[in-house]
Design a protein around this ligand. Sequence first.
Ligand SMILES: NC(=O)c1ccc[n+]([C@@H]2O[C@H](COP(=O)([O-])OP(=O)(O)OC[C@H]3O[C@@H](n4cnc5c(N)ncnc54)[C@H](OP(=O)(O)O)[C@@H]3O)[C@@H](O)[C@H]2O)c1
Length: 263
Amino acid sequence: MNSDKTYCLITGASNGIGKALAEECTKRNMNLFLVALPESGLEELANHLSQVNDNDIKCLSIDLTLPDAPKKVFDYAKTNRLTVNKLINNAGVGGENNMMDQNPDDIDTMIQLNIRATTLLTYYFLKEMKGLPKAYILNVSSFGAFLPLPKKCVYAATKTYILFFSRSLHAELKGTNITVSSVYPSGVTTNSRVKETIQKSHFMARITTLQPSDVARVSVKGMLKGRRIITPGFATTLFYILGSLLPYGIVFRMVGRIFKKSS
Ligand SMILES: NC(=O)c1ccc[n+]([C@@H]2O[C@H](COP(=O)([O-])OP(=O)(O)OC[C@H]3O[C@@H](n4cnc5c(N)ncnc54)[C@H](OP(=O)(O)O)[C@@H]3O)[C@@H](O)[C@H]2O)c1
């Protein structure tokens, strides 16, 4: 077992990018505190990962959209004396549809999970991290944060919130023991909904698709280096640079064309 009793907390760790992050952190010999929805196979994943290198893994099944969930995650860590020195806010939901065709409950879930849970978990753990020699926060945003995306209005807006939240907090904590990173993947082959969307997409979106393990490797490396912005893969790096250099209208038209086909 890793005798350094600090833990890396990963939300949404049962599947997709979160699961790949848990695997990557296991390779790096970290103790893990994994959070996901109930009945998501989290315990099985933890059992499997703990056999890889005997790192200590704690699991908490909870719906992070519930009002008191972020506080309950923090309380669990306190009760079980888990020193969280790395917080990875990965849990998030997406979806694409015309705004008027969306289900209000889905919109609400997206906002509660992508924005509220990330913000409050960061708030609770920040205070604890302040007393540690070194601590890291990694927020999983999306390529959709850089530009307005038709048919992903709410999703893109939640991820833009994460972009500004993370960059502002990074600036606020500059020179302290805590670094704040955020990662901006393009399409990643995770759940069946995402895979189906990628399949129907413009070829540019298809050829720039990423594997969860690649995103996880680049993200954890960037987090440990204290990188402010992490852009895994060619597409995100290119659009991040183009978005910073070209007039907004031109980039918006380019991206609009690529994403028009997907829905
Ligand atoms: N896939 C992409 O193309 C892509 C691209 C850019 C950014 N991202 C971002 O990457 C992150 C992970 O996405 P993903 O594609 O890996 O998603 P995923 O495969 O659907 O996995 C999401 C994870 O979050 C958990 N989760 C969902 N709702 C939750 C809730 N209410 N409370 C607690 N846990 C919950 C899921 O649990 P269950 O297993 O029980 O569902 C699962 O472990 C998200 O923030 C997403 O926006 C994804």
